[in-house]
Ligand binder design. Structure first.
Ligand code: ATP
Ligand code: MG
Ligand code: FE
Length: 338
């Protein structure tokens, strides 16, 4: 099966060609970060327009790099949610056009499932069941993936996503967008015990998260230091904030794995690129003799290869999407529209 996959849910236009779901022949990513940077975040209208400008070029590049033509493609996959509806529709419409013109099957893909499946591309031997911590710009989920297509959401954020908290704190520190990588870099130079920020563990036994209180605490700290005329150490704030986030993430992830009696944990989403998170989770997992896997940096953030991988597994399980499939901005994990 040769899959052509398209991702356009946010600010990356990406197209990938894959063989049998796990072998990536090409994975082209056109990022719009520069266009959005001056606004300090993604502007939906600008994103849709940029996707339209880029999509055909990126498709051509992906085919060229994979050394295949449209006639070699046997299956098409595209993200249909969650994401910005105008952005989603660009990639989904392109995928439908190809499926219709070539008379080949189409699979709409859930973007969050895509983040999880990035691990199947990176680690050829990985198979479910496992616990997955999905930490991205818009989502923070603890998922028990029992089998392909079978997901149990054990916990999720009640307010801000982990990546969103990184981006908002970075913005308050004047670090620009996206903030996660900058905080990660500065945190390495700071003292993670310098400032004690509050950690919300919520009710006993809950696997849910809450990051808005922590974000407010950082903003209050910055304001109060400013009012007192104290200078702040950006490195210490970054390190202390990052530590608060990753301690909660790691503790709940390990607790989930213990409860589900699984020896496999998987990290996914943009924040899975965070070096502090990788290190702490690795250490805690080792203590429990649990194996940890995460994708390479390029596969952590948005890309079409991970979408093609989900599409492939849906395809071989017999799923097909109709050519009237619509974008679903708030699509839930495990939810299927045809
Ligand atoms: P979603 O997948 O929830 O729809 P998204 O696609 O915008 O949202 P991703 O592309 O998965 O999100 O991830 C982007 C997020 O990852 C941003 O919030 C960014 O700040 C964060 N991020 C990237 N690298 C790092 C890092 N090294 N440390 C912390 N956060 C990071
Ligand atoms: Mg992005
Ligand atoms: Fe994403």
């Amino acid at each position: 099966v040769i899959t052509l996959a398209i991702e356009s849910s946010c600010d990356e236009t990406s197209v990938s060609v894959l063989k049998n779901g796990r072998t990536v022949l090409s994975n082209i990513i056109a990022s719009q970060i520069e266009q959005h940077q001056k606004f300090g975040g993604v502007v939906p209208e600008v994103a849709s327009r940029k996707h339209i400008e880029n999509i055909n070029m990126v498709i051509e590049e992906a085919l060229e790099e994979a050394k295949v033509s449209f006639d070699d493609i046997t299956h098409v996959a595209a993200t249909y949610g969650p994401g910005l509806v105008g952005a989603l529709l660009v990639g989904l419409s392109a995928a439908k056009a190809i499926a219709f013109a070539k008379g080949i099957p189409l699979n709409g893909v859930n973007h969050i499932e895509g983040h999880i499946y990035a691990n199947f591309i990176e680690h050829k031997e990985l198979e479910p069941p496992f616990i997955c911590l999905v930490v991205s710009g818009g989502h923070t989920h603890l998922v028990y993936m029992e089998d392909y297509g079978s997901y149990e959401v054990l916990g999720k954020t009640r307010d801000d996503a982990a990546g969103e908290a990184f981006d908002k704190v970075a913005r308050a520190l004047g670090l620009g967008y996206p903030g996660g990588p900058q905080i990660d870099r500065l945190a390495k130079m700071g003292n993670k015990e310098a400032i004690l920020f509050p950690k919300a563990y919520l009710e006993e036994g809950s696997y849910d998260f809450s990051f808005s209180g922590l974000k407010s605490a950082v903003l209050n700290y910055l304001n109060s230091q400013k009012m007192k005329g104290n200078s702040i150490s950006v490195e210490d704030v970054a390190a202390s904030f990052q530590q608060a986030v990753i301690e909660i993430l790691v503790e709940k992830t390990i607790a989930c794995a213990v409860e589900k009696e699984t020896k496999q944990i998987v990290l996914a989403g943009g924040v899975a690129a965070n070096s502090g998170l990788r290190e702490l989770l690795q250490n805690k997992a080792e203590e429990k003799r649990i194996d940890l896997k995460y994708p390479s940096l390029q596969l952590c953030t948005d890309n079409a290869a991970m979408i093609g991988c989900v599409g492939y597994y849906n395809y071989i399980r017999g799923y097909r999407s109709s050519l009237s499939l619509n974008g679903v901005p708030n699509l839930k994990i495990g939810e299927v529209h045809s």
